[in-house]
Design a protein around this ligand. Structure first.
Ligand code: AMP
Ligand code: ZN
Length: 439
C-alpha cells in the first residue's frame, strides 16, 4: 500500500465501474458514429466501402468493424473537411507542432474545449494540484496544444496560472521563485534545461523554490529521466500524454502511483493493434495505440492510428481510479530506426545515457550509411566535473556507454563525448535523431 494522498477531480466519472463505463462508452460511440457518417463524406465513403452501417455499431465490442483514420487523412482533408460540425460552431483551431510540411489542424467546438479542459483539470489534480496551487505553463502557447491545454486545466481548477509559454529561461525561473510557483508544466527536455539553469543560477529547489510537482509530456521520455528530474527539481514528475488530433494533452495522465497513465476513458476509447495487420491485441500486449473520441463534436476521430507504441492494463490502481492505464510510450512505429537490420528506439539509448555517471542528459543520435553499411553515432555531453577529470576517466565513460548500448540495443555505436553546454537545448519538443540515410 502506498501512503500517497490521491486527489481526484471527478470521482463520479474517474471511479465508475468498468460495466458502467462500457455502457457509457457504447452509448456515446453510437452517437459519434452516426454524427460522423452523416457529416463527414470521407468517413461515410470509407464505411460504405467496408459495408458497415452506423446501426451495425451497437457497443464498444463492435469497434473493430470501423475503418481506421490516419494522420495522412488530416493532411488530405486539410483544413476543414473532417469537421462534423459547421464552421460557425468551431471556436478554436489548434495545430500539430510537427516541423515538416503543413501543420495538421483540428477544430474545436465549445463542447470540445470543455471536454479538453476537464481532461486537463483531472490531469493536474492527479499530480496534486488544487486551487491553492500556482501553475507555471512553460509549454508553448499557440497553435501547439500544450500551452492552452495546461492553461485551461489549471483555470478550471481555479489555480493561479502563470502563462509563460516556452523560452526565456532565466525569466521563467525568476517568476517561479518570486511567485512561489508550485507546479510546472512543460516538456521533459525543457524541464531538464530549466533544472540545470536553476542550479547554475545558484538556486536550490527545496530551499529557494516551492515547486512540488511537474506535468511533463508531449514527447517521449524514460523512467530514468523521471528519476533524474525528480532529483534535479525536488518534485513529483508526472507523465502526461496527448495529441492534437484527439484533444491535446490530458488524454492520459499519471496519478501519483506513477505506474501507467490513466486514460480519460469516458471521453476516448483506447485500443492496441498489431501495427502490421491492424488486428486488435489484448490488454498487456505491446502494439500501436488507437483512439476513438466519443464526446467530441467538432472533429471526432474514429479509430485514429497514433503510431505510438505502448500497452494497456485495466488492473485496479491504488489511487481508486478505474480508468485503464497505458504504459509509457516506448517509441513510435515511425521513429523506430532500423540500423543494420536491428530495431532501435531512441528511448533505449536515453535510458543508457541517463544511468551513466559523468554525462548530461542532452544527446543526439546521428545515423548514416558509409560503404553500404549503417552507422550510428551517439553524441552526448559530459558534465563539468567529468570534463575537468583525467583523460582516463573520460575513456571509461565512453567505453561504458558503448558496452551498455551493445548489450541493451544489440548494436555497436560510435560514442562522441562533447564539452559541457555544447549541445543544443530544447525549449519544446526535443529533436533527438538525425538520419542522414534518407537524404
Ligand atoms: P502533437 O499533437 O504535435 O502534440 O504530438 C502528439 C505526439 O507527441 C503523440 O502522438 C506522441 O508521439 C507524442 N507524445 C505526447 N505526449 C507524450 C508522452 N507523454 N510520452 C511520449 N510521447 C508523447
Ligand atoms: Zn492511479
Amino acid at each position: 500500500m502506498s501512503d500517497r494522498v490521491h486527489l481526484i477531480y471527478n470521482p463520479e466519472r474517474e471511479c465508475m465501474s468498468r460495466d458502467e463505463l462500457h455502457a457509457w462508452q457504447s452509448a456515446r460511440l453510437r452517437e459519434t458514429v452516426r454524427r460522423e457518417y452523416d457529416n463527414v463524406p470521407m468517413y461515410r465513403a470509407r464505411m460504405d466501402e467496408k459495408g458497415v452501417k452506423p446501426e451495425d455499431i451497437r457497443s464498444v465490442d463492435d469497434l473493430r468493424y470501423l475503418p481506421f483514420m490516419e494522420k495522412t487523412d488530416l493532411r488530405d482533408y486539410y483544413p476543414f473537411d473532417l469537421l462534423a460540425s459547421p464552421q460557425s460552431e468551431i471556436v478554436r483551431i489548434q495545430g500539430s507542432s510537427g516541423t515538416t510540411g503543413k501543420p495538421i489542424v483540428a477544430g474545436y467546438t465549445r463542447n470540445d474545449i470543455d471536454v479538453w479542459s476537464e481532461m486537463m483539470a483531472r490531469t493536474l489534480t492527479a499530480a496534486g494540484c488544487t486551487r491553492d496551487d500556482k501553475v507555471q505553463v512553460a509549454y508553448g502557447l499557440g497553435l501547439f496544444t500544450g500551452g492552452f491545454g495546461a492553461y485551461q486545466g489549471a483555470d478550471r481548477i481555479g489555480a493561479m496560472v502563470v502563462p509563460m509559454s516556452s523560452g526565456n529561461t532565466q525569466r521563467q525561473i525568476m517568476m517561479m521563485k518570486d511567485l512561489g510557483v508550485t507546479m510546472l508544466c512543460c516538456t521533459p527536455s525543457y524541464a531538464t534545461y530549466l533544472g540545470e539553469t536553476i542550479r547554475e543560477m545558484g538556486l536550490v529547489p527545496g530551499r529557494d523554490l516551492k515547486l512540488k510537482a511537474g506535468c511533463f509530456g508531449a514527447e517521449p521520455w524514460t523512467e530514468a529521466m523521471r528519476q533524474h528530474l525528480e532529483e534535479l527539481l525536488g518534485i513529483d514528475a508526472c507523465d502526461i500524454y496527448g495529441l492534437t488530433e484527439i484533444a491535446g494533452p490530458g488524454v492520459a495522465f499519471d496519478c501519483l502511483e506513477k505506474h501507467g497513465m490513466h486514460i480519460n476513458e469516458d471521453h476516448v476509447i483506447a485500443e492496441i493493434i498489431n501495427p502490421a495487420t491492424g488486428e486488435p491485441l489484448p490488454y498487456g500486449e505491446k502494439g500501436e495505440l488507437v483512439f476513438t473520441t466519443i464526446t467530441k463534436t467538432g472533429m471526432p476521430m474514429l479509430r485514429y492510428r497514433t503510431h505510438d507504441i505502448c500497452s494497456l492494463t485495466d488492473k485496479p490502481c491504488e489511487c481508486g481510479r478505474t480508468f485503464a492505464r497505458m504504459s509509457r510510450i516506448t517509441g513510435r512505429t515511425d521513429d523506430m530506426l532500423i540500423i543494420r537490420g536491428v530495431n532501435v528506439f531512441p528511448s533505449q539509448i536515453e535510458s543508457v545515457l541517463i544511468k551513466t555517471q559523468g554525462v548530461a542528459p542532452h544527446y543526439m543520435l546521428v545515423v548514416d550509411r558509409v560503404n553500404n553499411s549503417d552507422t550510428l553515432e551517439v553524441q552526448v555531453e559530459l558534465t563539468e566535473e567529468m570534463f575537468s577529470d583525467t583523460v582516463g576517466h573520460i575513456e571509461n565513460v565512453r567505453r561504458y556507454i558503448s558496452e551498455q548500448i551493445k548489450s541493451v540495443v544489440g548494436i555497436s555505436a560510435k560514442v562522441t563525448l562533447n564539452a559541457p553546454k555544447s549541445m543544443p537545448r530544447s525549449e519544446g519538443k526535443a529533436k533527438r535523431v538525425i538520419d542522414n540515410r534518407k537524404i
